[in-house]
Design a protein around this ligand. Structure first.
Ligand code: PLP
Length: 366
């Protein structure tokens, strides 16, 4: 059976080599497996130029588990988080922070514009009880690219601490601790690094982790405890996602072989341009202006036609081996197509053809 092309980041399309890395069982106490974990973590720290000042704490679960662990561990109980929201993932960050009883406020930019630095600056000046700021690097619900660098400088200048959810950007879009000040960045195995789903990781300032002992209200999501335990034993607290770590390690080998972040970003940019051009050719318009479009996922206007129905469209495209995402905008009818994963412009063009055929079969286009 041929695997479908997953344009649903993520999970996303992985290579055969990455999938094959999961054909082995590992013991969680085993030295070889602990070596694998250590190697993966070191590469994550190197990716942000964080050697010496940042530590990588991996965590079982999907990316949201890692966001929840970060907020519960790094934001003190008497602290206050300001979340910069322009989509579903920002809203989720605020929701989970409030649910664990932390003080949390939102600065909302709607769902069609990037976070605006001057507004952030003004809010931080006015409201002195804010200790931490949360931002989403690429807001995956639309594909908007947020100005993380500008915001990081503003937050640092005002003496606050920045937590970046870079889930869908990490490993492709630039992020260096040498040039961008941040307290922690959160990502996962199954997005731009093209691993299998099942683990997230947090790169946090070592001093921030040291200060956070006993703060978490959750046992399994206590990032400090996970970090300390791993430092002490080389092992994960609780059952590790062994196959996912092995696949991640294999995916990282391929990442290096491809040419690292620069090459990965170039491939995704190429995918994104091919996608937008291909969709335009068949009469579909992307939702975001090019200036704020991250090369990660593209939101597309649904055709304004009485026969349009996403569920029907989805099935017809899927029957041709391509899996898409529904839209996430509240006001406009859209669908989404991912640019990331182990795919290149050939698969993107194949997907565009599948979309064109589906629209013809639905009587929407000729
Ligand atoms: C994927 C993603 C997450 C995590 O989602 P999970 O479904 O929990 O893996 C968080 N933030 C952003 C911006 C994402 O793209």
């Amino acid at each position: 059976m041929n695997d479908s092309i997953l344009l649903t980041p993520g999970p996303l399309t992985t290579t055969l080599r990455t999938k094959q890395a999961m054909l082995r069982d590992w013991g969680s106490w085993d030295g070889d497996f602990n070596g694998l974990t250590a190697r993966v973590c070191k590469q994550m720290v190197d990716l942000i130029d964080g050697e010496g000042t940042y530590a990588c704490v991996p965590l079982q679960g999907s990316g949201t588990f890692a966001v929840e662990a970060t907020m519960g561990t790094l934001v003190p109980r008497d602290g206050k988080l300001l979340v910069l929201v322009n989509g579903a993932y920002g809203k989720r960050m605020a929701q989970l922070t409030k649910m664990m009883g932390r003080n949390c406020e939102v600065l909302d930019f709607g769902e069609t514009a990037p976070v605006e630095p001057n507004a952030v600056s003004a809010r931080l000046e006015k409201q002195t009880d804010i200790t931490h700021v949360g931002i989403i690097y690429c807001e995956t619900s639309t594909g908007i690219l947020n100005p993380v660098d500008d915001i990081a400088r503003i937050v640092a200048r005002s003496g606050r601490k920045l937590i970046i959810d870079a889930m869908s950007a990490f490993g492709a879009l630039p992020l260096s601790a040498k040039t961008t000040p941040f307290e922690a960045v959160i990502a996962s195995s199954n997005k731009c690094l093209e691993g299998a789903p099942g683990m997230g990781f947090v790169l946090a300032r070592t001093v921030a982790l040291e200060e956070s002992e006993g703060r978490s209200q959750s046992l399994s999501l206590d990032l400090h405890d996970q970090w300390r335990y791993m430092q002490r034993t080389g092992q994960w607290r609780f059952t590790p996602p062994t196959h996912v770590v092995a696949a991640f390690d294999a995916a990282l080998d391929q990442y290096r072989e491809e040419g690292g972040r620069i090459a990965r970003l170039a491939r995704y940019q190429n995918n994104c341009s091919a996608l937008i051009a291909g969709l335009e050719r068949i009469g579909l318009r992307s939702f975001l202006p090019a200036a704020i479009q991250a090369p990660i996922i593209v939101t597309v206007h649904a055709p304004a036609h009485p026969a349009w129905n996403f569920a029907d469209f989805y099935q017809r495209v899927k029957a041709q081996g391509v899996v898409l995402y529904p839209g996430k905008l509240t006001a406009v009818e859209t669908f989404r197509v991912g640019c990331i994963g182990a795919i290149d412009a050939d698969q993107i063009n194949f997907a565009v053809e599948a979309i064109a055929r589906a629209l013809q079969d639905m009587g929407i286009s000729k």
